[in-house]
Ligand binder design. Structure first.
Ligand code: ZN
Ligand code: ZN
Length: 497
């Protein structure tokens, strides 16, 4: 039984829907939809992938709209044949914001919920479109008792592509109360944008030098729901780059993600914030499922495997991924240059593989453990990214900032523009390159995988030995008396502050 429920589609599908539903004569209209499930740990999302537009005589317009059983059977037949779920959308031309069903709508959808389940094997997705501001509503029809179908309302409908536009179900995800700590932020973009931003469920993958800065900024901006992922432990070598980290955290073998969660709670300006730290990698099945509950993900990792998994979440599950990276050229012990990038993987934009943010061959090497083998790394060319680990706090700050700017641009569309392309900054020349085209021709993420959700027949996740060893080492350290006592005292002192 589906509990938390959402719907999502690409900007391209939304455009086609609007073209059909926004009628010049102002009448209501409708059409059938095809969808695939995307399952997270706690949320199921219906990914709307296709429209089954009505043919002549298949629908009757008379101010309100009706469809023939032939139309229903044709659409259900297509869904059943290709393994899709069936959906139905109708418009409320004068509506604004999230549309709930009136009694007539409710009875109409309920009437074919059972048949849809039988014909397609999946529950009926009901959707509503508000003509005034192009917002959406959604619900899923499930059987509760014999022959009795009732609808569960979605919490959000997100449209993903150039812009991330989310319609929130205010009843289930209430508009956050105004807070006087956010006056300056709200005066920059208004309370509507603030309430849309604050209600996004944001995931940050990797809470190292870049991720820690991103978490701080998100919490101060008023984001209410954060999921943080990192299996790593704070070490002394991190202290020059890791915001929040102290020598004591390194001594106590603290998990980076624990530091990030604590920092988010301290920095939060939202009246209430829910921060969930996951001591795991997104490549592990549980990490992947928790990431699939998010509306948008920040990729603050530097390894190929998690980047490939995130790329997959962006295109197959319609969760946009804001990615950044830093490369320092310090050959011969001298700073020759540095580059930092920030870009977003989402349908219609170039993916992380096409942007060469990871090499698929290295994903295989990481999966079989080679990248954690010092001998393998030693044999790579000296210029290979896996061999170069120089970085400084200032470059991390620049990358985090560029990444946050990408996120803000996608969600708030300053001056009406939500996509300014993939950014690459060069330190030595002070220049910025932008790439504005989409994926390379034939890219799988842009074609075959998009957006298959759970139906994608490839396994991206697996056992991650380095993550397991790190967690084991940390809990072994925590079992030592000295660490336990110091950590307990430290926590008490921290709470008293
Ligand atoms: Zn209606
Ligand atoms: Zn691509």
């Amino acid at each position: 039984m589906i509990g938390h429920f959402s719907a999502a589609m690409t900007t391209e599908v939304a455009h086609r829907l609007e073209e059909h539903l926004q009628r010049a004569d102002g009448q209501e209209d409708c059409c059938f939809l095809l969808w695939r499930p995307s399952s997270g740990a706690h949320r199921t999302t219906a990914l709307v992938t296709e429209l089954v537009l009505p043919e002549d005589g298949e629908r009757i317009l008379h101010g309100t709209v009706d469809f023939t059983s032939a139309y229903f059977l044709r659409a259900a037949g297509i869904a059943a044949e290709h393994g899709y779920g069936l959906g139905f959308i109708h418009s409320h031309p004068a509506g604004r914001g999230w549309q709930r069903l009136n009694d007539i709508d409710d009875a109409a959808e309920e009437a074919f919920a059972a048949q849809t389940q039988v014909l397609t094997g999946r529950p009926l997705l009901g959707m509503t479109f508000a003509g005034t501001d192009a917002s959406y509503g959604a619900r899923i029809w499930q059987r509760h008792v014999a022959r009795r179908y009732t609808s569960t309302e979605a919490e959000t409908v997100r449209v993903v592509g150039e812009r991330l536009a989310v319609t929130f179900n205010d009843r289930l995800v209430p508009v956050p109360p105004a807070s006087n700590t956010q006056q300056r932020t709200v005066s920059a973009w208004g309370s509507k944008t603030q309430s849309d931003l604050a209600r996004l469920h944001v995931g940050v993958i990797g809470t190292g030098s870049v991720g820690m800065l991103v978490v701080e900024a998100l919490a101060r901006t008023g984001i209410q729901c954060l999921s943080l992922f990192d299996f790593d432990t704070v070490e002394h070598v991190n202290l020059d780059r890791l915001l929040q980290a102290t020598a004591r955290d390194a001594q106590l073998h603290r998990a980076k993600v624990y530091l990030a969660a604590r920092a988010a709670r301290r920095a939060a300006t939202a009246a209430s914030i829910r921060v969930t730290p996951y001591e795991m990698s997104v490549v592990e099945p549980d990490g992947f499922a928790a990431a699939a509950d998010c509306d948008v993900l920040f990729s603050c990792v530097d390894r190929p495997w998690p980047r490939a998994v995130l790329n997959f979440l962006a295109y197959a599950h319609l969760i946009p991924v804001v990615d950044a990276g830093v490369a320092v050229d310090a050959r011969g012990g001298r700073l020759r240059g540095a580059e930092w990038r920030a870009h977003i993987a989402a349908p219609g934009r170039a993916c992380l593989e096409c942007l060469r943010q990871y090499d698929p061959a290295q994903v295989t090497a990481e999966r079989d453990g080679s990248l954690d083998n010092p001998a393998y790394i030693r044999d790579l060319p000296e210029t290979h990214p896996m061999r170069r680990n120089e970085n400084v706090f200032v470059f991390s700050a620049a990358a985090a900032s560029a990444q946050l700017i990408q996120f803000l641009t996608m969600t708030t569309a300053p001056g009406g523009n939500a996509d300014t392309g993939a950014h690459l900054y060069h330190l030595a020349t002070g220049t910025l390159d932008r790439r504005q085209d989409g994926c390379n021709t034939g890219c799988l993420y842009d074609t075959a995988l998009r957006p298959l959700g759970d139906d994608a027949n490839i396994s991206m996740t697996g056992q991650h030995h380095a993550a397991e060893q790190t967690r084991t080492a940390r809990s072994r350290a925590a079992r030592r008396w000295s660490v336990r006592v110091r950590r307990a005292v430290d926590d008490i002192v921290w709470r008293l502050r």
